[in-house]
Design a protein around this ligand. Sequence first.
Ligand code: SF4
Ligand code: SF4
Length: 292
Amino acid sequence: QGKEIPYDPETLRRIKEHPCFSEKACHAFGRAHLAVAPKCNIQCNYCVRDFDCVNESRPGVTSEVLSPGDGVARVREVMEKFPYVKVIGIAGPGEPLANPETLETMRLVHEEFPHLILCLSTNGLMLPEYIDELVKYDVYNLTVTLNAIDPEIGAKIYSHVTYKGKKYEGVEGAKILLEQQLKGIQMAVERKMIVKINTVYIPGVNDEHIPEIAKKVGAMGVYNFNIIPLIPQYKFEGVTPPTPAMKRAMHDRCAPYVKQMKHCQRCRADAVGKLGQDMQSCLSHGCGEKKE
Ligand code: SF4
Ligand code: SF4
């Protein structure tokens, strides 16, 4: 499955204590997402803005947006109440690297909690530009959402891409996004980051293409591959999402190329706790109930 990489002890810790990189870790350790990033620099045809980013989260519930200072305060609170949380991630509700607050939050959290694992989820458009700043704050767990490696297919998934202040549409936009994504993934692997790829499974659009994506990223040295069934909304409202059996079959087709992540919970951008047992409301309302 993918390239064999000899991991150093610190990288192994970042895998073993991160619930999304190690299925075993998801029973013992938790993660907290800080929702500090509302803006986005692209438009996916499955995304209705105002909702959490499909990069790493379940749409349908808006998140309270935190400032970097609020983000650090949230980490203090989380560490006090949920000491099993080992990972602090930024995954939305928009695109983390389209918001300067993301890096500022990473800087502050790293300064105060250097032992915590920092994690980022991105659409990859600005990854090459910011990768060394991520290294500076010890952000070594990275997720990139990559839905196509063919710009013709990408053009069916992305309405537009805004890069360096200019808006691009169709194949032109998809091409810029893809080039940046592949460059960013390569740079991340070279910097020994643990890279997860999220691919949204969109029947009739990218389904036959997904094994090719897995093959490509496996050869590049990414750690694991997460297939996310489409949640039909916005321009893909009429698309029937894949069934669990279709998802399992797709994992089987991709498994020869790269390790498969099968336990993703499509968390909210403000999720706190162990996967599938989120406790946001403990923090927001003190009632201790799981917030759906
Ligand atoms: Fe929505 Fe995320 Fe796509 Fe941006 S990258 S359009 S926030 S799903
Ligand atoms: Fe992990 Fe999936 Fe939740 Fe992201 S959305 S934190 S990959 S379980």
